[in-house]
Design a binder for this molecule. Structure first.
Ligand code: G16
Length: 600
């Protein structure tokens, strides 16, 4: 990047001391940009009114706006959305503090500078930003809560690949640290269709590589350690000394795959520096703008290097991976995959005994609709309030704020607790390590270690097993996917209780609708589901996180409590119901796809 005069000045100033102060910066003359002193949103900061025109399609998906990086890099594309957000929030942002960070992907640093200028131009008094514009999503949620910020912007397209040819994204989280609810995202979208002026503070770029405060009049930018606030929260949740003792066992070893994404620095700090694990346990721990050309999605397909390690002859006892922005997780044992739907159920079942933060017991639990019913059985056993929400972490926020949910999870490799308001990959790792540490308390080092597989098997023996699988058909033509959905709606309309689909007898078929028990808001068309008399389910949804085309998701679930079947391979156990799903949807006919892109 070529440095402008002012940028060089700013960099030199921030290098020389921790706090640098700029006076009002003289407004530059820019063609068609109006500079108005009356627009000084914060004292001492001049604001330029930059004319702009709306872009089509800036509608927020399951989690923020995700598009191709090149789309985001078009003139004012990002700025339009951010300005629309601030317009949707209105006057209440004036004088407030905004959090900012991202997963380190390509365009993040430039985007941060644009956001800082817009924040100052729209009346925020302070931006608290992670060093080098880095901040894992759960850490951003923790930062917002710890520092009582008005909210925060997270620059990430999560598990989607990064780089100039791939994806970028942005989302807003509110003061509780939770992703903005639909009533706000709908409002933002409305603003994007009419945005005409960007309020840009006329300030130089800020050096984000150095921790410290930079002041421009009454506006300030504080660059912070992206791990620190989050670590404080995690220490309140987990018993760090117990974990440290456990990780010191000679018969236990672990590997954490950061997938060249944001969790590398977190894993080094938490697992290595705090808990004493060897530095070599962190794989691919340096964040890279394009995730080293990889797809930072912690599943059996995209985390194949970790899978190889965990299925090798002398595999570590524990393996985990996290995604681009650190909110997803995959947990593995020695040659053992923990399905995310099982993972949240197992964490919930063991939370009170193993995790200090939950020692009074859980207030309730929740899962997204497509997630398997394993958690339901734990809730029934522990007599806990239970909630089934649409896909999207934002739906858990109200339940947590109302004190009705302590642990929640999704089949999409998301697990979390009410310590923050985002799903939390490192939380899941520490939760599993806590469960293992507890299970091995009486086992001498070098004795028969209770493994991840043992913990899961014990759980299935008690509750039965919900076999679960998800088939993803990525980047289908949107029109084809829409036709398949229309066909399935037709099947639902024509179906009735008692109809037979293969060997399965229909109990009900519907398009999932959710009424939030706290604020009464309604979310419709949240997935087409077929529920059968034995509790088996087939669900179809279109992903809301892709950046092009349509990703069809097919979720299949079947329960057994037959001890002889507990250890069956999930794909084998689910074979017949998968066939039923493919036939009823005519997926191949509509999409032309013979095989899924990813099987979980
Ligand atoms: C986001 C949401 C999750 C959701 C997931 C998948 O995760 O936060 O709640 O389950 O997308 O959504 P979809 O099935 O619509 O693609 P992330 O990790 O991508 O931010």
């Amino acid at each position: 990047m070529r440095l402008t005069q002012t940028t060089r000045g700013a960099r030199a100033a921030t290098r020389s001391r921790d706090v640098c102060v700029f006076g009002p910066v003289p407004a530059r003359r820019v063609a068609s940009v109006r500079v108005s002193a009356a627009m000084a949103a914060v004292s001492g900061v001049t604001v330029k009114e930059v004319p702009t025109k709306p872009y089509e399609g800036q509608k927020t998906g399951t989690s923020g706006l995700r598009k191709k990086t090149k789309e985001f890099m078009q003139p004012n594309y990002l700025a339009n959305w951010v300005q629309s957000l601030f317009a949707a929030l209105g006057d209440e942002v004036k004088g407030k503090s905004l959090g900012l960070g991202g997963d380190g992907r390509y365009y993040g640093k430039e985007a941060a500078q644009i956001i800082i200028k817009l924040a100052a131009g729209n009346g925020f008094k302070r931006v608290v930003v992670g060093q080098d514009a880095l901040m894992a999503t759960p850490a951003a949620s923790a930062l917002i809560r710890q520092r009582k910020l008005y909210g925060g912007l997270i620059m990430s397209a999560s598990h989607n690949p990064g780089g100039p040819e791939n994806d970028f994204g942005i989302k807003f989280n509110y003061s509780g640290g939770e992703p903005a609810p639909e009533r706000i995202t709908d409002k933002i979208y409305g603003e994007t269709t009419k945005v005409a002026v960007l309020n840009m503070a006329d300030i130089p770029d800020v050096d984000l590589s150095k921790i410290g405060v930079t002041k421009f009049g009454d506006f300030e930018v504080e660059v912070v350690d992206p791990v620190a606030d989050y670590l404080v929260v995690l220490k309140e949740v987990f018993d760090f000394p117990m974990l440290k003792t456990f990780l010191a066992r000679k018969d236990f070893s672990l590997v954490f795959d950061a997938m060249h994404a944001v969790t590398g620095p977190y894993a080094k700090r938490i697992l290595v520096e705090e808990l004493g694990a060897p530095a070599s346990c962190v794989k691919d721990g340096v964040p890279s703008p394009d995730f080293n050309g990889g797809h930072p999605d912690p599943n059996l397909t995209y985390a194949e290097e970790l899978v190889k390690i965990m299925w090798a002859d002398k595999a570590p006892a524990f393996g985990a991976a996290s995604d681009g922005d650190g909110d997803r997780n995959m947990v593995l044992g020695d040659k053992f995959f923990v399905n995310p739907s099982d993972s949240v159920a197992i964490i919930a079942a063991n939370a009170q005994a193993c995790i200090p933060y939950f020692k009074q017991g859980l207030k309730g639990v929740a899962r997204s609709m497509p997630t398997s019913g394993a958690l339901d059985r734990v809730a029934a056993d522990l007599k806990l309030p239970f909630f089934e929400t649409p896909t999207g972490w934002k739906f858990f926020g109200n339940l947590m704020d109302a004190g009705k949910c302590s642990v929640c999870g999704e089949e999409s490799f998301g697990t979390g607790g009410d310590h923050i308001r985002e799903k939390d990959g490192i939380f899941a790792v520490l939760a599993w390590l806590s469960i293992l540490a507890h299970a091995n308390k009486g086992v001498p080092d070098g004795g028969k270690l209770v493994t991840v597989a043992d913990v899961a098997t014990k759980h299935w023996q008690k509750y039965g097993r919900n076999f679960f699988s998800r088939y993803d058909y990525e980047e289908c033509a949107s029109a084809d996917a829409d036709k398949m959905v229309a066909h399935l709606r037709d099947v639902i309309a024509k179906s009735k209780k008692g109809d037979k689909f293969g060997e399965f007898v229909l109990e009900k078929a519907d398009d999932f609708e959710y009424v939030d028990p706290i604020d009464g808001s309604k979310a419709s068309k949240q997935g087409l589901r077929f529920v059968f008399s034995d509790g088996s389910r087939i669900i179809f949804r279109l992903s809301g996180t892709g950046s092009s085309g349509a990703t069809v998701r097919l979720y299949i679930e079947q329960y057994t409590n037959d001890p002889a079947k507990l250890q069956l391979d999930a794909q084998k156990a689910l074979g017949p119901i998968i066939q039923v799903a493919l036939e009823m949807s005519q997926l191949e006919k509509f999409t032309g796809r013979k095989e899924p892109t990813v099987i979980t």
